[in-house]
Ligand binder design. Structure first.
Ligand code: ATP
Ligand code: MG
Length: 420
């Protein structure tokens, strides 16, 4: 029986990994310029962290987590997102005692039990950044700009930046009452999930993807029109920051992050090139989260960006990624003595950082040369008894067919010729 990979997972094959390296390289360069340092947290955490840090009423916690008991009877969950673990590490390692703000990034696998489809997997990868310790709306603008700049640096086009403010616990209390008054007569027409959300987390109803719910919400009051002074000033500051940076945005009052500790800024970066899973990056401010997780009251802002969706957009937009370097040289050998010599030369070349390959399958010379072509070797050397005796080999440029003769015992000369 053939064992298959679990549903919703994907292998990155050796021939494809260069795409990930390329994107990850761009991410690391970008974070370095912007002053974000990497944090690596475990793939699993105590389940309670996500229940508290993501929120009991979210889809993630209610439906999507990979939760199990370990052999010691503890409830463990594979990380469904990166913010809660970063917050836990911030608190546990007393990072609040270090100079603020703390700016970090991560590239991590995430696990969510969802219905797999294009751009939606059960194991996927996120690039995320978090800034802890400042309330400045300009830092929200900076965070958004890091996301937008990544797309720009990768040559990704046609993205929409959508921003909103979800207020704070103070203004949301009054707004929730208004919202519920509006929703009450509509309730019977909404989907089952929204009926539940009405009691637990009414703001999330604005986020429902069901057509029949959307239709009922045409005249719904928005948080954005009901902000307190503090939140309104903050939102103005964010827009000013984005204007100074020169980023275009659309104010979209429907964007929500419907939890008490998500505050003020909420944003999404959306692509129209990958169908319905168009949101490639989502983030916002969470001034109540660190306290909620047991730390000192500390503001925070960040985003999560899906790397599979990013790669999908790049593919759909026909963006070329530089391919991995092919071998500098293939060393073909005829006969046992030559094969030993080839092995010796192979490792001398590699010791000098020349990407060299030889045959390990005992193939004929013709088959070896065919293989050298298949792997795109830039040059090829053939070693036989004659070459060893006369101490001379020819280095063939596989593209032009040009050949040069050098001494087989002069490794530095061989290297010079291979490097052209
Ligand atoms: P969606 O509405 O598409 O389910 P989300 O609101 O659950 O997204 P976030 O929790 O904000 O997504 O995660 C940030 C980003 O991670 C998303 O914008 C998306 O690019 C990516 N992402 C989320 N879930 C998945 C998944 N199951 N497979 C692949 N990428 C995902
Ligand atoms: Mg989701």
């Amino acid at each position: 029986m053939i064992i298959q990979g679990p549903k919703g997972t994907k292998d990155v094959l050796p021939s494809q990994a260069y795409k990930w390296h390329y994107v990850e390289g761009k991410i690391r360069d970008l974070c370095s310029v912007n002053g974000y340092y990497e944090i690596r947290t475990p793939v699993f955490e105590h389940t309670e962290l996500f229940e508290r840090g993501v929120g009991e009423t979210t889809d993630i916690v209610q439906k999507e987590m990979y939760t199990f008991k370990d052999k010691g009877g503890r409830s463990i969950t594979l990380k469904p997102e990166g913010t809660a673990p970063a917050v836990r590490a911030f608190i546990e390692n007393n990072l609040f005692n270090e100079p603020q703000p703390i700016k970090m990034f991560y590239i991590t696998p995430c696990y969510r039990y969802e219905r797999p489809q294009a751009g939606r997997l059960r194991e996927f990868h996120q690039f995320g950044i978090e800034v802890f310790g400042t309330q400045s709306p300009y830092v929200d603008a900076e965070v958004i700009n890091v996301g937008m700049t990544l797309f720009q640096n990768l040559g990704v086009k046609n993205l929409e930046l959508r921003i909103n403010s979800v207020g704070c616990p103070k203004c949301r209390k009054d707004y929730n009452a208004k919202l519920k008054a509006f929703l009450e007569p509509e309730l019977q027409h909404l989907c089952k999930f929204c009926q539940d959300r009405y009691d637990t987390n009414p703001l999330r109803i604005l986020d429902c993807k069901e057509e029949k719910c959307k239709e009922r919400l045409v005249n719904v009051p928005f948080m954005l029109d009901n902000l307190c002074d503090d939140c309104r000033v903050h939102f103005e500051g964010l827009k000013k920051g984005l204007d100074i940076i020169g980023l275009n945005y659309i104010v979209d009052p429907k964007i929500v992050r419907g939890l008490d500790y998500y505050t003020k800024t909420a944003f999404e970066i959306v692509s129209n090139d990958i169908g319905s899973q168009g949101t490639v990056c989502g983030g916002g401010r969470y001034d109540g989260l660190i306290e909620m997780c047991g730390g000192p009251s500390t503001p925070g802002v960040g985003f999560g960006l899906g790397l599979e969706r990013l790669l999908l957009i790049m593919e759909n937009q026909g963006i070329q990624i530089p391919e991995q370097e092919s071998p500098d040289v293939f060393i073909a050998a005829v006969g046992e003595r030559a094969d030993d010599k080839a092995l010796e030369v192979l490792f001398k070349l590699r010791a000098a950082s020349v990407k060299a390959e030889k045959d390990y399958l005992g193939r004929s010379l013709k088959a070896q040369m065919k293989y050298a072509n298949r792997i795109n070797a830039k040059t090829a050397i053939v070693i036989g008894d004659e070459e060893i005796e006369e101490d001379i080999i020819s280095i063939k440029n596989m593209k032009s067919g040009e050949e040069v003769n050098v001494s087989l015992s002069d490794i530095s000369e061989i290297i010079r010729e291979i490097r052209g």
